[in-house]
Design a protein around this ligand. Structure first.
Ligand code: NAP
Length: 294
């Protein structure tokens, strides 16, 4: 078997196009321009790239960026003060604080300080609780992207065996909640799981969110399964250069899986598209408008 490659880039471009159209309609019909503040603290090179990519996508979608950059030495109080100002600013509908933060700042304190209605990353405990309770709220972008990609393969996930490897608050747990909401039968695996290959082999839908380069081997995959690879791992490549690989051994998996996301070009582009969608959702909820239906 040769897996169908799930083209995250194209699927994300389609979603971004729909968000952009909806943003233009908001301006035409309501005079509203959604705004998002992306907050970067320090000079982490990977974070700088992520923030730049997000800002470019935001602007291209017609969303107004309110980018904020604090020095790596900024105190927790200074960042909390900035969050309070952004919470109070009516032009700012969404707030995203790029993680990781420097060691003097407690990320949990910062996430909890963001107005949950502006929490476009979906990390606030209230939004995590809403997701777990099946209530409407803002849901983390990467997990939403994963499930949207799986649903390009399966019209319905109901009754399928889904295995999520990883239980972080950012990816593993919310993706498991979303799969449960889709009526999949969900197993969450982690570093203490016994016989992980056997657990993975049960999966009709396998989501790898581990952060270990190519850990999931071809013989861990049930023939025909859909594999969503969230991992972004930088490894040494040819000629002293580095390259990015996922958490799944791609070449092996492609021979066994029914469908597979590439890295790069799979989940990554969907994360940004879903951030735009969350910003649109936030502005609609804040203005008592119906949520986007795509
Ligand atoms: P994380 O917070 O480090 O969590 C990793 C999870 O994997 C943990 O639950 C951990 O288990 C589990 N794990 C680690 N080693 C394991 C092993 N040997 N066997 C089984 N489980 C193991 O990472 P994360 O933030 O969820 O991110 C996961 C990956 O996704 C990373 O590569 C990250 O770069 C990538 N990512 C990509 C995007 C995107 O847009 N594509 C977005 C976010 C993250 P324990 O809980 O037991 O420690």
């Amino acid at each position: 078997m040769t897996a169908r490659i799930i083209d995250g880039k194209a699927i994300a471009a389609d979603l971004r196009g729909k968000v952009t159209d909806a943003v233009h309609r908001l301006l035409r019909d309501r005079g509203l321009v959604p705004g998002i503040a992306v907050v970067l603290v320090g000079q982490n090179p990977a974070s700088k790239i992520y923030v730049r990519n997000k800002s470019n996508a935001v602007t291209a979608a017609g969303i107004r960026p309110f980018d904020q950059h604090l020095p790596a030495t900024a105190s927790e109080a200074k960042l909390l003060d900035l969050i309070a100002r952004l919470n109070a600013d009516e032009k700012v509908n969404g707030i995203l604080v790029q993680l990781p933060l420097p060691p003097q700042i407690d990320p949990q304190k910062i996430i909890a300080a963001i107005d949950p209605d502006k929490d476009v990353d979906g990390f606030h405990p209230l939004n995590a609780g809403r997701l777990a309770s099946g209530l409407p709220g803002l849901v983390p972008c990467t997990p939403v992207g994963c499930v949207r990609l799986a649903k390009t393969v399966h019209d319905s996930l109901a009754g399928l065996q889904a295995v999520v490897v990883g239980r972080s608050n950012i990816v593993g747990k919310p993706v498991a909640q979303l799969l449960l909401a889709e009526n999949a039968t969900v197993t969450i695996a982690h570093s203490k799981t016994l016989d992980l290959p056997a657990v993975c082999r049960r999966a009709d839908v396998l989501v790898a969110a581990i952060g270990r380069p190519e850990m999931v081997r071809g013989d861990w995959i049930k023939p025909g399964a859909t594999v969503i690879d969230v991992g972004i791992n930088r490894v040494a490549g040819e000629g002293g250069k580095s390259r990015i690989v996922g958490d799944v051994a791609y070449a092996e998996a492609a021979k066994v899986a029914g469908a597979l996301t590439p890295v790069p070009g799979g989940v990554g582009p969907m994360t940004i598209a879903c951030l735009l969608l969350n910003t649109l959702r936030a502005v609609c909820a804040q203005n008592d408008l119906p949520a986007p239906n795509f």
